[in-house]
Design a protein around this ligand. Structure first.
Ligand SMILES: Nc1ncnc2c1ncn2[C@@H]1O[C@H](COP(=O)(O)OP(=O)(O)OP(=O)(O)O)[C@@H](O)[C@H]1O
Length: 359
């Protein structure tokens, strides 16, 4: 597989601020890659650097094998799609779509024909004569997509394109974007702070923090084998529970230090007395009888969405999510069980994953 976009040792400084730190990333032709991370981690800077809207301070950026450092945006042959749509308000949908072709000197008739083709692909055929103000948010987003598609670019670069839309439209549009990507055989880089969007749309997810790539992998790889506590807490919703813990003197039991020293047998022997952080996803904890419980919490809140019930501890450190409803109330003391194979262990100091035989 050839890399369509390649970044080698890329750094970006804004004055004294180091926004991208030694980024190495290869994006295969035809793949859909999501960049995620908390606000300010550098994902937009990375995307804008690929587009050429930001210059990189050092390193190499290649698109389709050609070095792009210093090449202006319009010569990079990539198309950006923004959340703000950036449509021309005084032009119809058809004109918005065909504008870039007209700029390149295509005849009015040919550009119109192209616009009609793209409108078909994006479900805009009935709306070609409308102005942007006469469209819904989702329809405007489709025009923005259509404008990118009509240019037949080497890659699509999306900067939080759905964040202006309401929840149900977002779900629909993310399916549409992914299916367009597949039909066009496109290469897409998609910035979002919404990890569900990243997990459901992308072939590969790149998790960033403070200008650094913390981990990249297939969505479920990140979920099953997070490289560190940060990634573990970022991927998955509700977020993973973290419990300060230690390995006992024999190296065979995990002691939940924060929960009265209650403990659970480990799958395999680990370094005795090591301080660790136990990571347990809310969906892998369950309310259990006294005989089965591994540790106990005092219930703080019980919330139900109908399909799921969230039970959180008073100290807010532990959340359980279950599909069954519950009679539990605040202040109840309840036992929780976890399958030890489902526990992620991180070093208490470095917060890196402690690799066991299971992964
Ligand atoms: N022109 C600029 N001058 C100085 N600092 C900047 C500039 N643009 C961005 N930064 C800083 O670089 C860091 C990364 O910004 P960036 O926009 O890439 O973050 P992000 O991950 O996309 O965040 P968000 O989700 O909030 O958009 C931030 O700390 C930001 O303040």
């Amino acid at each position: 597989m050839t890399a369509q976009i390649e970044l080698q040792n890329v750094d970006k400084h804004y004055g004294t601020f180091h926004a991208l730190k030694n980024i190495d990333l290869a994006i295969d032709k035809g793949s859909f890659v999501a960049l995620v991370g908390p606000s300010g981690c550098g994902k937009s800077t990375l995307l804008r650097s690929i587009a050429g809207l930001e210059s990189i301070s050092s390193g190499t950026l290649k698109i389709a094998g050609e070095t792009m450092n210093g090449v202006p945006p319009r010569k990079r042959d990539v198309a950006m799609v923004f959340q703000s749509y950036a449509l021309y308000p005084h032009m119809t949908v058809e004109r918005n779509l065909s504008y870039s072709l007209r700029l390149k000197g295509m005849s009015r008739a040919d550009a119109k024909k192209k616009a009609e083709e793209v409108a078909k692909t994006t479900g805009l055929s009935e709306l070609l004569h409308r102005f942007p103000r006469q469209l819904s948010g989702g329809q405007r987003q489709r025009v923005a997509m259509g404008r990118a598609i009509i240019r037949n670019p080497k890659a699509f670069l999306f900067d939080e394109p759905l964040s202006n839309l309401d929840a149900s439209l977002r779900v629909q549009m993310r399916k549409e974007i992914r299916s367009l990507h597949d039909r066009l055989g496109a290469t897409s880089v998609y910035v979002t702070h919404d990890q569900i969007e990243a997990m459901t749309m992308a072939d590969y997810v790149v998790v960033m923090r403070n200008g650094v790539i913390e981990q990249r992998g297939r969505p479920l790889e990140l979920y099953d084998f997070p490289a560190n506590k940060f990634v573990a807490g970022f991927i998955g919703s509700p977020a993973m529970n973290f419990i300060a813990s230690s390995i006992d003197a024999s190296g065979t039991r995990l002691i939940f230090d924060e929960y009265s020293g209650e403990s659970i047998a480990l799958e395999q022997r680990l370094e005795p007395n090591r301080k660790v952080i136990a990571g347990i996803r809310p969906e892998f904890l369950r309310v259990a009888s006294e005989a089965e419980a591994n540790f106990h919490i005092e219930v703080g809140t019980v919330e139900s969405t109908g399909s799921a019930t969230y039970i959180s501890s008073q100290d807010q450190m532990v959340t359980v999510v279950q599909s069954e409803r519950t009679e539990l109330k605040p202040n109840d003391r309840v036992g929780l069980k976890v399958d030890s194979a489902r526990i992620h262990l991180f070093d208490a100091k470095t917060e890196a994953r402690i690799v066991t035989d299971a992964g």
